[in-house]
Design a protein around this ligand. Structure first.
Ligand code: WTA
Length: 654
């Protein structure tokens, strides 16, 4: 069994400053170790106690974990609760007038909403949904821009036990249709248009188009939030204005108490192959994961101004916008627009304006903001920040260093959080007052999360070599099923060879200090002359070169070596062509040779102004592999953020 080789060495370590450590919820490594030990000694008891203290139950649970139908695990199954009650109602007596949402629109206009006001809006909209015939267990598609309404819609579904499935507003009518059909939606909530970067994006027309396709008959109603007043087609049999429905309703809606295992939502995630998977999450366990990670990883306090930049169309926008911050009674910023408009200083300007203390974004945003204006943060007062976070991809050590120095002023810990749509909440991430960070490592598992690295036959990797990242025990916020497809659920996440472990699909290695380093997706591992290499380390070596903003590595079939290495590179300056490109490509090859070793030297380098990414900002390496092989692109590229750059990436520079 050849393991995946780790080739990049990173030795920098950053411990939290004393003041941060002293004020932290989990303070010092001993406190972290004690929590981990408590979970080891009595796993069920550990989670049961947290579930009791952190969640308001309508009726308490008697059984913590039911493993009888494994891998269809059940947590707190006979307890009943309501997620919306836990996110809103339980704060009303003590902080009803506290601001829950600071919404900044694309054009900079700010709307604040208190917990009381949020409660009123959620109740009214929940009543409206009921009047439209939506009830317990019905599926509702939400296709909205980032808005107060998106959060209200999600919370309103949760309030009446309807199951929401949010579809990111950037998805095409075809992708929307696929999800509407698979989930069996009864109602769709959308907006006339969204606004991003000064431009309007039509949403209602995509819904109309999707509903005209086959198999959408189950959708009885469409509710339309009027964002721009732009012209839209109107179907009097189905369409309703949000504001009219809301205005007609009363201010209170009794929460529907649901079983802890009742699905809170289904969120589609596209794997590398096949149709998107409808990841089904629970109510009780999911909420507990969101709450504990807010406390442990974000060290969230009542005084914090929290800002997670993710769209509610992604899991990050579920756990750390729509549910987590509200469950804690926190104040958060919600942003409609994009980080680069009106210029690449927008994030920093908003941090200054709203005095954000915890800022959570993606490596792809960080890398593109470095490329577009690495000095811009210096023009803003970022002194309110006390903690930074990243999610979505491995963060390259050099991007980490920039985030640390230029944004965090060497004062703010960085939480590099590894998790997935399927895990529901953070799995591996530093507890910032306890665990020293290493740039590029997501550090150590959260208490009660039993991760490990194994070979393909399930045997543990006992040294620092790379292997498959697995979770050995079920955890509360884990995926419960793939909607309509239990067989695919078992095959994808609990393959027989792995002794019942959850297979994350990522490769990783663990260093001598027990720190985890994610090396990329298993499907992306290269095999070069018998060496199995992850993508992350070679990409990070390239990004460490001062000329490089972003890089993606893929393998291309090679007669002798098995695979050769093709590097796609975005430079900080202009894209290069001709002789200049050849020269820089040669420099970069040598650079990788020195940073890592000759084995990792790219055989071919191609320059682009950008890389092909999914709408959630992940590099599409599968597409890059096809390009490397010179194949025609036949796959659906409608979810691609920037299709135009594919032409550039067809040309080898050298
Ligand atoms: C990758 C996002 C390295 C990983 C919450 C994972 C990461 C996939 C990190 C899940 C990180 C996410 N370091 N890799 N901190 N965070 N990933 O479902 O490959 O959109 O399996 O969930 O993103 O992506 P998803």
């Amino acid at each position: 069994m050849s393991s995946i080789e780790s080739v990049l060495k990173e030795t920098r370590v950053f411990a939290p400053h004393d003041a941060f450590k002293q004020a932290a919820t989990v303070s010092g490594i001993e406190s972290y170790n004690a929590l981990c030990q408590a979970a080891e000694q009595d796993y069920n008891g550990f989670w049961a106690q947290l579930a009791q203290s952190e969640i308001n139950w309508h009726t308490p649970f008697s059984q913590t974990l039911d493993e009888s139908q494994a891998p269809f695990y059940r947590w707190f199954a006979d307890g009943t609760l309501n997620a919306s009650y836990n996110c809103i109602d339980r704060h009303l007596a003590t902080r009803g007038n506290k601001i829950a949402l600071i919404f900044e629109a694309d054009d900079g206009i700010v709307t604040n909403l208190t917990y009381k006001a949020l409660h009123q809006r959620v109740c009214r909209f929940a009543n409206a949904l009921k009047k439209q015939g939506v009830g317990l267990g019905d599926r509702v598609i939400i296709y909205l821009p980032m808005s107060i309404e998106a959060i209200v819609a999600m919370q309103a579904c949760a309030r009446i036990g309807a199951i929401h499935s949010v579809v990111f507003g950037g998805f095409s009518a075809k992708s929307l249709h696929e999800r509407i059909v698979d989930v069996g939606a009864k109602l769709v909530i959308t907006a006339d248009e969204g606004v991003r970067g000064g431009k309007s994006v039509s949403l209602k027309s995509a819904v109309d188009e999707a509903l005209q396709m086959a198999e959408c008959e189950a959708v009885e109603q469409v509710i339309v939030y009027q964002r721009t007043g732009g012209k839209i087609a109107w179907n009097a049999n189905k369409d309703h204005w949000w504001h009219e429905l809301e205005a007609a309703e009363s201010d209170y809606c009794e929460p529907t108490w649901v079983n802890a295992e009742h699905p809170l939502f289904i969120l589609y995630t596209s794997g590398s192959t096949g149709t998107p998977k409808g990841v089904q999450h629970s109510t009780g366990g999911y909420l507990l994961g969101a709450i504990m990670s807010m406390k442990w990883v974000f060290d969230h306090k009542a005084t914090d101004i929290f800002w997670c930049t993710a769209d509610v169309g992604w899991i990050t926008g579920h756990s750390y916008v729509a549910y987590g911050p509200l469950a804690l009674g926190g104040t958060q910023v919600v942003f409609e627009g994009v980080p680069t408009w009106p210029d690449a200083g927008r994030f920093w300007q908003m941090i200054e304006r709203h005095k954000v203390s915890i800022f959570y974004t993606a490596p792809t945003a960080i890398r593109s903001l470095i490329k577009l204006g690495g000095d811009l943060p210096k023009q803003y007062d970022l002194s309110s920040l006390r903690l930074l976070g990243t999610v979505g991809e491995p963060i390259n050590p050099e991007a980490w260093m920039w985030y640390h120095k230029v944004v965090g002023k060497e004062r703010c810990p960085i939480a590099d959080t590894w998790w997935q749509t399927e895990t529901g909440s953070h799995m591996i991430a530093p507890l910032p007052g306890a665990i020293a960070a290493k740039p590029g490592s997501c550090t150590r598992p959260l208490p009660g999360i039993m991760v490990d690295i194994v070979h393909e036959d399930g045997s543990p990797v006992t040294d620092t070599g790379g292997g498959l990242l697995v979770v050995k025990k079920p955890w509360p916020s884990m995926i419960r099923n793939i909607w309509n497809n239990p067989e695919r659920f078992k095959k994808a996440y609990f393959p027989e060879e792995l002794n019942g472990y959850y297979l994350a699909g990522d490769s990783a290695h663990r260093d001598d200090d027990g720190y985890f380093w994610i090396m990329g997706r298993i499907d992306d591992v290269l095999n070069v002359s018998g060496h199995r290499l992850g993508t992350m380390e070679i990409e990070s070596a390239l990004v460490a070169n001062p000329l490089v903003a972003e890089a993606a590595i893929v393998g291309k079939p090679h007669d002798i070596k098995g695979e050769s290495i093709v590097a796609y590179v975005v430079l900080k300056g202009q894209r290069l062509e001709g002789e200049e490109a050849k020269l820089v490509a040669a420099q970069l090859r040598d650079w990788v040779g020195k940073e890592i070793g000759p084995i990792a030297k790219p055989d071919e380098i191609r320059f682009g102004e950008n890389l092909p990414k999914t709408r959630s900002g992940k590099i599409m390496r599968r597409l890059l592999r096809s390009l490397a092989k010179g194949e025609e692109i036949t796959s659906d590229i409608s979810t691609l953020d920037n299709p135009a750059i594919l032409e550039q990436l067809k040309q080898p520079a050298a």
